[in-house]
Design a protein around this ligand. Structure first.
Ligand code: 4AD
Ligand code: MG
Length: 431
């Protein structure tokens, strides 16, 4: 009996007979030679069935096995520079576990809706496989950096009595006779947890009933939200640029093979190092006017504006001090000019737009009470949040990084929907 191995470890088994449990990715028929491309979830290998060197039943199995059939193959590991992954399997046996029906995703081109309807199968394709592995590394890098830089993971609720990022994108549900909303952000709760733990983060799914269909919006997306007591806007930016640089560095280090599969030009990623350029909102407006896309003062950027700002820099760029009126209710006003807020967005290069939103929060009770009223937010649902300004309020800051936008940027994807295993987009709840 040959040892059962994973393709990720195949280099260690050169010259030995091994068994691989996987699926048939593709097949090339050369008569007495059958080339089976086998995948096992950790990698791909070309397995060769040569009629003269294999039992007749096994060769017959190689002839009739269909795309995506589950198979257990045994063979000799040989070095082969031309083969994908650098090794080849000289087959001695093939067992078909289940002979797959006609597989709908063939090597020819398919439309995006066709593929999205079959997302549960499409995830087996190499580019999707590479993207999800990259995503896992991005998530691990985020956690590793925060865990080793003094941030405590504190989970925040999904079902909430109030909104954080405006009432237009709220998902409403019913909570035993009360109105409840799916969380848009864990930020408000983290403003409570930092007063208990100093620096915290939450990491989970968030929900926005976005009515727009764009390359950058999902209805359900994952966000990591660090929050820091006694930190101002400058410190917030310093933490953001370190975290983002670390994530990109880990992706380059650990996912070189996946980035190659994705045909990602890694040169722009290699440049992602602190310090990132810092632009004040007013400077960004001047830049936009210069590039022929003027925007009236006081308006938030749309995708074309972010694309121009991102394309004008060789690494992610901060835009800070947005007009207070285009940002959320909790933003601390700039003491130099209260029309401005101590807010900051991080805009990725190469057209990927805003990947982080954050800033310094209001710490004064009276001001926060005024803002709640100005934004027409129900005071009662925010009583606990106001308490944080009654009992030991401190200057504090934090931010939220969208996982899918970050993955889409690092992977170089056309659209954010391929950065999450099962995307929820406008009009898609299946599969
Ligand atoms: O800028 P946003 O709305 O900020 C907040 O939610 C803050 N409460 C975060 C905080 O300070 N703790 O969202 C933060 C990030 C965006 O920069 C973007 O990367 C991502 O979340 N994001 C989305 N990603 C995909 N689809 C959507 N509909 C998104 N909305 C926001
Ligand atoms: Mg934002």
């Amino acid at each position: 009996m040959a040892e059962i191995v994973r393709l990720a470890d195949i280099a260690r088994y050169e010259g030995r007979e091994v068994t691989v449990r996987g699926w048939l990715y593709n097949k090339t028929d050369k008569g007495r030679l059958q080339f089976l491309l086998v995948r096992d979830g950790t990698g791909l290998i070309q397995a060769v069935a040569f009629q003269r060197e294999i039992k007749p039943e096994a060769f017959e199995a190689a002839l009739r096995v269909t795309q995506e059939s589950s198979i257990v193959v045994t063979g000799l590991v040989r070095r082969d520079a031309r083969a994908p992954g650098g090794y080849e399997l000289g087959l001695t046996d093939i067992q078909i576990v289940q002979l797959a029906e006609d597989y709908p995703i063939t090597p020819k081109e398919h439309g995006i809706e066709f593929l999205m309807d079959r997302r549960h199968l499409w995830l087996r394709s190499t580019k999707e496989w590479a993207t999800m592995r990259l995503r896992a590394t991005v998530i691990r890098a985020i956690r590793d950096w925060l865990d080793s830089n003094g941030f405590l993971l504190v989970d925040t609720p999904i079902l909430t009595p109030s909104s954080c990022e405006g009432t237009t994108t709220l998902f409403e549900t019913e909570y035993f006779g009360e109105k409840a909303y799916l969380s848009q952000s864990g930020q408000l709760y983290n403003e409570a947890t930092i007063m208990a733990f100093g620096r915290t983060y939450c990491f989970g799914p968030t929900f926005r009933a976005e009515k727009s269909k764009t390359r950058r919006h999902l209805i359900e997306f994952w966000m990591v939200e660090p929050e820091m007591a006694y930190a101002d806007l400058d410190e917030c930016m310093a933490v953001e640029e370190q975290l983002v640089s670390y994530i990109v560095g880990r992706a380059l280090e650990e996912r070189a093979e996946e980035l190659k599969i994705l045909e990602r030009d890694t040169a722009p990623l290699e440049r992602v190092q602190p310090p990132f350029p810092r632009l004040q909102y007013d400077d960004a407006l001047a830049l936009l006017a210069e590039k022929g896309e003027p925007l009236p003062w006081g308006e938030d950027f749309g995708a074309p504006h972010e694309t121009i700002i991102g394309a004008s820099h060789d690494r992610p760029v901060f835009v800070h001090r947005y007009p207070a009126r285009c940002k959320a209710f909790y933003m601390e006003p700039d003491p130099q000019n209260p029309e401005l807020s101590l807010s900051v967005d991080l805009i990725a290069p190469e057209g990927y737009g805003e990947i982080i939103g954050g800033g310094q929060r209001i710490s004064d009770l009276a001001l926060l009470e005024r803002r709640l009223a100005e934004y027409n937010l129900p005071r009662q649902a925010f009583e606990w949040y106001l308490d944080l300004r009654r009992y030991g309020s401190v200057p504090h800051s934090g931010f939220g990084l969208g996982v899918e936008r970050t993955v889409a940027w690092i992977a170089g994807l056309q659209h954010i929907r391929q950065a999450i295993p099962f995307p929820r987009t406008l009009g898609r709840l299946y599969p």
